[in-house]
Write a protein that binds this ligand. Structure first.
Ligand SMILES: [Zn+2]
Length: 390
């Protein structure tokens, strides 16, 4: 299975200048190639190369590989655009959005990602440096860093191209890794039910609660700060809001990694699969008071779901996706379902059998039960095929 590992480069100021000049040259030439492709309708690599290759090398000083990658990037952008137009993501033909997207050439941002192959980029894992081609010649000993676990995956499984990107003034290499999957466990001893929610981000049917009150308090503070900055709406407030948003997203991502790792490890250790609610529609489904609504919208549940999915796939843990409708109102003991079973957000109390439990914990049992019913009925695990940023 394919995984993507992102490492941060630690270039010296001199190296930054060279990287910056290179990325700009690559994207400027790709934008120019996109213009040529638009005018001449030559949007296949071989055709477009005939029209642009020599000039790109001459005008922007790109090496043979870099020029080819810039041309291929342009062609890929048109292929994607065409696919999106066909799929109706820009509205109907003739609509304003459609015309705007199809009526002009593709433009690349100056710091858009540029692919690098093994001839332009080599990795020295032991010294944690890369040697990378730039328009100012080959840069050697550009240091990089990343999480220990990810660096190990990188050292052992990296294959093919990597992308050089600059995000918010920081430099990254995004490398594709091809890792071996554990063969899927076809006879799980049961399922671990996972309920995703507001009070706790995730609760398992074993009773483990992931991130409750403490993180919620932080999320509330984040929200207050965000609305304060929005109200102020000065230039510096906007800058601060943007910086803060990036920080929030990184923290959420980190937490999602930790939660998903623990859930999958627990399922793997006990020889079980995972039952997870289908995530589509989580926002439409949950009807909440307003302040909670913002908290729900601000948590990336889809990301958490995808992290669980790829970690499970890697470990051979099967996943069953279940329809979560009424799992919060259903009694996990007698299956009586009623809204009155929920006297409050946190408590479940069955009106028929008197069973009382933490609401999310009760729901996770229902999810586990539904998943298991589907599993024993012979349904296949419906884990999506995906590539994800690790
Ligand atoms: Zn009951």
């Amino acid at each position: 299975m394919k995984l993507v590992v992102r490492v941060k480069l630690l270039p010296t100021p001199m190296q930054v200048a060279a990287l910056e000049a290179t990325l700009h040259a690559c994207n400027e030439s790709a934008t120019w190639a996109a213009f040529v492709a638009f005018e001449t309708k030559a949007q296949r690599p071989l055709q477009l190369r005939k029209h642009t290759y020599a000039e790109i090398r001459l005008r922007w000083g790109l090496g043979a590989q870099a020029a080819q990658h810039a041309i291929k990037k342009t062609c890929d952008a048109y292929t994607t655009l065409k696919a999106n137009l066909r799929a109706g993501r820009y509205g109907r033909p003739g609509s304003r959005r459609h015309t705007r997207a199809s009526g002009k050439p593709v433009v690349f941002r100056p710091d858009a990602a540029q692919p690098y192959d093994d001839r332009m980029l080599s990795w020295q894992h032991r010294s944690r440096t890369v040697s990378i081609w730039t328009t100012a010649g080959r840069l050697k000993n550009v240091a990089f860093t990343g999480q220990a676990e990810q660096l190990e995956v990188l050292a052992q499984h990296r294959r093919g191209e990597s992308d050089l990107v600059c995000q918010g003034g920081k430099w990254f290499l995004i490398a594709t890794c091809d890792i071996d999957e554990t063969p899927p466990n076809t006879h799980p001893a049961g399922l671990l039910g996972v309920d995703l929610g507001i009070a706790n981000i995730a609760v398992t049917s074993d009773g483990t609660r992931h991130c409750g009150r403490r993180i919620n308090r932080k999320r509330n503070n984040d929200r207050t700060l965000r609305s304060k900055l929005q109200k102020k709406n000065t230039k510096s407030a906007r800058r601060r809001a943007k910086k803060h948003a990036g920080k929030e997203a990184r923290r959420a991502r980190d937490i999602n990694h930790k939660i998903s790792k623990r859930i999958v490890a627990e399922a793997e250790r006990t020889g079980r699969g995972i039952a997870l609610e289908q995530l589509t529609g989580i926002r439409e489904r949950a009807r909440l008071r307003k302040p909670q609504r913002t908290t729900l919208h601000s948590w990336p549940f889809a990301q958490l779901g995808s992290f669980i999915a790829y970690k499970a796939k890697k470990a051979g843990v099967p996943i069953m996706y279940v329809d979560p409708a009424y799992t919060s109102q259903e009694c996990s003991q007698c299956h009586h379902t009623a809204r009155h079973n929920r006297p409050s957000q946190a408590v479940f109390s069955c009106r028929v059998c008197g069973f009382v439990d933490h609401a999310d914990h009760n729901a996770s049992h229902n999810i586990r039960h539904r998943g298991w019913m589907a599993w024993v009925c012979g349904a296949q695990s419906t884990a999506p095929e995906l590539t994800l940023i690790a």
